[in-house]
Design a protein around this ligand. Structure first.
Ligand code: ADP
Ligand code: ZN
Ligand code: ZN
Length: 725
């Protein structure tokens, strides 16, 4: 008799045993439908054995092993096991989050490629079952089924053989049929690759010499030095060796551009993307293409690090320092770190690319653990000229200095594009009372509400709370409440006043929320339909705007003196990226940074564009102060309705920690940097060690002890290698 050990998506770190008379070892990695409590659940079989610690009478029988898809490969499960173990997140939750949503349910046998899929329209979604005739059972069934997601052609044929039924629903406007693409139109020939320069060629040669064995590389190349070209050549060699390549990027917004580039270079190769912006159907289809080995190039955001790739030959992580590779909630994994682990497990090279690597990565390269590849020259235009505008001598009007306005006017006058970059952190307009100092705080969070002008609404960017602005100050009654801080909208308005006639485009999370919005805006910029771009972080990364020659930076200073020891490192990376947007079309670009501290060493290093000098100096400081990468950290996070409860839980956890003799340093429990969020109070406890292994051993024992301890009203989780404090 076979016993299945099944990973289920539940928040406990155990596997569940089930009896399955007909299962064999070959079913490891397959989905299985099992009874769970009063319901049924889909899980993944992680092991098939013949014994269980659960008494036989209590074992339930699995309902059905789902053999419609090839199983997850052993090595993919191995990566998930590692991640579960390292980040102390339940294996079931790890495995399930790595699967496309549609595979986490039973109701949806995957649809075959190249046939129609039926989707509910808005009218269909609004339709109540009670509106259907009482005896129209098939109609109700169909409606219920469609509420769970798109209905594939094959499934429809089996479940609803009466085709009239579907046609009737279409006719009434409740559903629509969508043709799934059965292979795209014939592709043109490949765009030729540019000839590599000497540094690029050397980098490619070094990577290619390691195909077939594990080797981590740091590709340290200034912005515009042609790192992408190095990736593409390495990918090309990987394809020639009949292997698949995985390319990870930080932002969904970057994928369409990169996808187009990859497809134009490899038109006869199946490339798929994997990111959270895909529909469930697309994600499943792409995942299957990767799993079947049909897709030879997989391009995606952090979740793609788990993409099943039977013939993996190369992993590339672009902008490896980007904090979006680390998931900030729940399963707090670092896709960059897992990419290196995965490369080691699979015996393939991994390339981490950046102009400003994370200091952890730079340290790994400097100490010889990673091979360093350097691209030191910019292709085309020379690097931009970076200078500071001392705002102490140049008072600001609406957040803009006279010198910046003059420079903007000149560029617009000579028909060039300019970018006004607003460092979003700590720089959103909040409502303030100038007579008593009242600030528009969120009642659920220790954060200020941000004023959104067109709708005149206050938004909490942490918990999503929305409120109308008060008519007068709630504390003193002053009716004259004015926004402080300069959000993108206010800067946009001020620019319109100072630069009459200029065509200004604001680009931030609000204006790009719509799915196609960003693509449309990019087109407008490329077609020179815009003079001045105003934007936040979203504009910093990897976009190539050939007519953009001036970048103005507002409010960088707040990050110089932040309590977060990584704030300056992030600022350096961010400003380097933003500066890299200037002057890509052949002319030298100019970058103007408004600051009250023009002689700060960070700005000096930035002006010299000397990442290495900056990194060496910062690493020396970190070594001295005992900060990462010279120590390894983990954060025990707790949240509760009251701060005292969270702190009390952490104090107990600290006592438990002291009973585990492990040679780690334990700090005191403290409130989190944002101590209230969505009505819950948050606190944290930092532990660190100069030995990663010792920290891991300690965390294993500690986590187990905490999980066994009596129930607490606090919600807690471990954040291993935390980036946000
Ligand atoms: P990075 O990613 O390092 O910032 P990119 O890869 O975006 O730089 O390259 C900058 C520009 O230079 C791109 O337009 C790219 O097509 C071009 N480029 C890259 N390598 C070469 C080369 N060897 N010859 C000519 N143009 C190149
Ligand atoms: Zn809030
Ligand atoms: Zn007031």
């Amino acid at each position: 008799m076979s016993i299945l050990r099944v990973a289920l998506d539940v928040p406990v770190a155990t596997l569940f045993d089930y009896i399955a008379p007909d299962a064999t070892e070959a079913d490891t990695g397959r989905r299985v439908l099992v009874p769970f409590g009063k319901k049924q659940a889909v899980g993944i079989i992680v092991e098939v054995t013949d014994s269980s610690e659960v008494p036989a009478v209590r074992l339930k029988t699995a309902l059905c092993v789902l053999r419609d898809l090839p199983p997850l490969a052993d090595e993919d499960l191995q990566l998930m096991r590692f991640a579960s173990d390292y980040y102390h997140h339940p294996l079931g939750a790890v495995v399930m989050s790595a699967l496309p949503t549609r595979l986490r349910r039973f109701a949806n046998p995957p649809t075959p490629r190249g046939s129609a899929t039926y989707l509910l329209t808005a009218a269909g979604m609004a339709l109540e079952s009670s509106a259907l005739p009482p005896r129209a059972h098939a109609q109700r069934r169909l409606l219920e089924r469609l509420r769970q997601g798109p209905l594939g052609h094959a499934e429809a044929r089996v479940l609803f053989p009466e085709t009239l039924l579907l046609q009737r629903f279409v006719a009434r406007g409740w559903i629509r049929a969508q043709e799934t693409e059965a292979g795209k139109s014939p592709l043109p020939g490949a765009t030729p690759a540019p000839e590599l320069n000497a540094e690029q060629a050397r980098a490619v040669a070094e990577i290619c010499a390691q195909l077939g064995s594990f080797r981590p590389f740091l590709l340290l190349g200034i912005t515009g030095s042609g790192k992408t070209e190095v990736y593409l050549h390495a990918i090309s060699a990987t394809l020639s060796a009949d292997r698949q390549a995985l390319l990870l990027v930080p932002e969904i917004a970057l994928t369409p551009q990169l996808e187009a580039l990859v497809e134009s270079r490899f038109p006869h190769i199946c490339t798929v993307s994997l990111h959270s912006g895909l529909s469930e159907t697309e994600r499943l289809e792409h995942w299957r293409a990767a799993r079947d080995g049909r897709a030879r190039i997989v391009l995606g955001t952090r979740l793609a690090v788990f993409a099943p790739l039977p013939e993996l030959g190369l992993i590339v992580v672009d902008e490896e320092q980007d904090s979006s590779f680390k998931q900030g909630e729940g399963f707090r994994y670092s896709a960059r770190d897992l990419a290196v682990i995965r490369a080691r497990q699979r015996g393939v090279p991994v390339v981490l690319g950046s102009a400003t690597p994370a200091l952890e990565t730079y340290h790994n390269a400097a100490s010889g653990r990673y091979t360093q590849l350097i691209l030191s020259s910019r292709i085309g235009a020379p690097p931009p000229r970076i200078s500071c505008i001392d705002t102490r001598g140049d008072p600001l009007a609406d957040g803009l200095s006279g010198r910046l306005l003059t420079a903007l006017r000149e560029r617009v006058g000579s028909n060039e594009q300019a970018l006004v970059f607003i460092n979003r952190r700590g720089y959103a307009p909040v409502l303030m009372c100038r007579s008593c100092g009242w600030l528009s705080g969120c009642h659920r969070c220790s954060a200020q509400l941000v004023l959104h002008l067109p709708e005149r609404r206050l938004h909490c960017h942490h918990c999503g709370h929305i409120a109308p602005p008060p008519i007068a100050c709630p504390d003193c009654g002053n009716p004259d409440l004015a926004p402080v801080g300069h959000g993108t909208q206010r800067v946009e308005e001020a620019l319109a006043r100072h630069l009459p006639g200029a065509r200004i485009l604001r680009i931030d999370r609000d204006t790009t929320r719509r799915r196609r919005a960003w693509a449309d805006m990019r087109k407008r910029i490329q077609e020179r339909d815009v003079d001045v771009l105003v934007g936040t972080q979203i504009l910093a990364k990897g976009h190539d705007f050939p007519h953009l020659n001036l970048v103005g930076v507002l409010n960088a200073d707040s990050q110089l003196y932040s309590s977060d020891f990584r704030a300056a490192e992030r600022l350096f990376a961010l400003l380097t990226q933003v500066a890299g947007r200037a002057g890509r079309g052949g002319t030298q670009g100019e970058v103007l940074i408004q600051t009250e501290f023009p002689h700060h060493p960070l700005y000096e290093a930035l002006r010299q564009q000397d990442y290495r000098a900056y990194a060496e100096a910062t690493l020396a400081e970190r070594r001295q102060a005992g900060f990462p990468p010279f120590v390894h950290q983990a954060l025990l996070r707790a949240e509760a309705p009251r701060l005292a409860i969270a702190l009390e839980f952490l104090a107990g956890a600290a006592r438990t920690a002291r009973t585990i003799n492990a040679g780690v340093t334990l700090y005191d429990p403290v409130p989190a940097a944002l101590p209230r969020r969505a009505g819950r109070e948050r606190a944290q406890l930092l532990v660190q060690s100069d030995s990663r292994q010792r920290l891991r051993d300690f965390l294993g024992a500690w986590h187990a002890a905490l999980a066994q301890a009596r129930a607490t009203p606090a919600r807690w989780s471990l954040d291993v290698d935390p980036l946000e404090f």
